[in-house]
Each structure stands twice: as C-alpha cells, then as structure tokens.
Design a protein around this ligand. Structure first.
Ligand SMILES: C[S@@+](CC[C@H](N)C(=O)[O-])C[C@H]1O[C@@H](n2cnc3c(N)ncnc32)[C@H](O)[C@@H]1O
Length: 216
C-alpha cells in the first residue's frame, strides 16, 4: 500500500485494527472499496475443500478475520457448524445482510485480545490473510491466539503470502510473512501435516496453504 493510501486510511502501528472499521463502514454489500473482497471463497481454499470435502457433519469450524463472509458460507455448505469473526463491526453487519438465511454465527471480536471461551473448541480453524494484515510486532501474539482455538486432533488451515525480506512496519500493509511462521505455529503445539505453494498468483507473490493438526 502506498504512503498516501496508508495515511488516508489511518494505518497506525499502535492502533493496528482501527482502519478496518473505517474501511468497512464505507463499503456496501457489493464489497466496493474493500481491496481483498472478491465476493467468493478464496480460490485456493475453494480448490482445496473441493478436493477434500468434509465427511463428518456437525464438526465445528471457526473463520478468523472473516471479512465479507464467503469462506464461512462455504464451510457451512460443507456441513460444519460455523462461527466467523472479524474485528470490524461493519464487516460483521455486512455478512449478516449478505447471508440472512445462514446459520453461521457472525461475531465481532478482536483476535489480538484472544477469546478464552473458544480455547481448543474448534475442529477446523481457517485463517486467510489476517496475520499479514497486522504489523509485524503482533505476529507472535496472533499465531498463539489462532493456535489456541484448535481442539485436540483439530486442524488449522492457513493461507498466507510470504517474502524473503525483513518485515518492517514501513513495508506494509500487507506485511507478508517470512517462512518462519511455520515453526511459530509448531511451537504452539501444532504439527504441520500438509503444505503447498502456488506461485501463479495475481499479485506475483507466492501463496502458501498449510494444514496443521493439534497433537493431543
Ligand atoms: C486482508 S483481510 C482478509 C479477509 C478475509 N479473510 C479474506 O481472505 O477475504 C483481513 C481481515 O482481518 C480482519 N482483522 C484484522 N485484524 C483483526 C483482529 N485483530 N481480529 C479480528 N479480525 C481482524 C480485518 O477486518 C479484515 O477483514
């Protein structure tokens, strides 16, 4: 993001989530003005879940930073009981307006604060691009809080972009991750069980899909 847009949106290192509410409060149900809103499930996630359909109905799923809500709806269509949260209240209201008949629980909550009621509660946790949407100094907290949601034997699917360079506040958003995020998740009790990379992306950055499982 260029410096002018960053200033206009008010992206601040010490108030890292405020700008999301400003962005979504100006948006409409069509997602106009939300740069990552493609109004459909993320294509890499969609392709993965089509190849790996959920076979056990009634399992619980949590969507981190759910944005416009399409990934949550995809999980519901796979038979999961879905909770989806975002720090922006306006994003959550847009999800409810877009999907009035969905059974997904759309909730406003802040990942940085952690949500103790959800500790080890979910069979499947989905994280797409939330860690890289926050400044580098929060990475460890975000990874710890995401990992805490995964139940024993539960799975976490992470889609992220990576870079070789140093992560600094000046270089984002987005703050693409370094490869070490894999070890950070493993140090939170999760084991990597699948990893695939896609280098043919629109932005030219490598997109990685990783699945972790909590070892009981
Ligand atoms: C880059 S967007 C990705 C949205 C969605 N996952 C997708 O792939 O379209 C990051 C999302 O995370 C949300 N977010 C940022 N910080 C958050 C936090 N601390 N807790 C919960 N959601 C957060 C933003 O409001 C935004 O919807």
């Amino acid at each position: 993001m260029d410096e002018k847009t960053k200033n206009r949106l008010g992206v601040e290192e010490n108030k890292p989530t405020d700008w999301f509410e400003r962005l979504y409060s100006d948006a409409d149900e069509g997602g106009e003005g939300v740069p990552w809103a493609n109004m459909a499930p993320h294509p890499v996630f969609k392709s993965w879940i089509s190849d790996n359909p959920n076979t056990q109905k009634g399992k619980t799923a949590l969507v981190i930073g759910c944005g416009m809500g399409d990934d949550a709806i995809e999980l519901e269509s796979q038979g999961f009981k879905v909770t989806a949260f975002d720090v922006s209240n306006s994003a959550i209201e847009l999800c409810k307006t877009r999907f009035p008949n969905a059974e997904v629980k759309f909730i406003q909550a802040d990942l940085l604060e952690g949500i103790s009621d959800w500790n080890r509660k979910f069979d499947f946790v989905l994280e797409i691009y939330t860690i890289q949407a926050l400044p580098p100094k929060y990475e460890k907290t975000l990874i710890k809080n995401i990992s805490d949601f995964v139940a024993d034997n539960g799975k976490l699917l992470v889609i992220t972009e990576t870079q070789e360079g140093k992560r600094t506040f000046e270089n984002g958003p987005p703050w693409l991750l370094n490869h070490e995020y894999l070890e950070s998740f493993e140090s939170c009790g999760l084991k990597q069980i699948f990893h695939s990379s896609n280098t043919e992306t629109e932005m030219g950055e490598a997109t990685h899909l990783t699945i972790f499982q909590r070892q009981p």
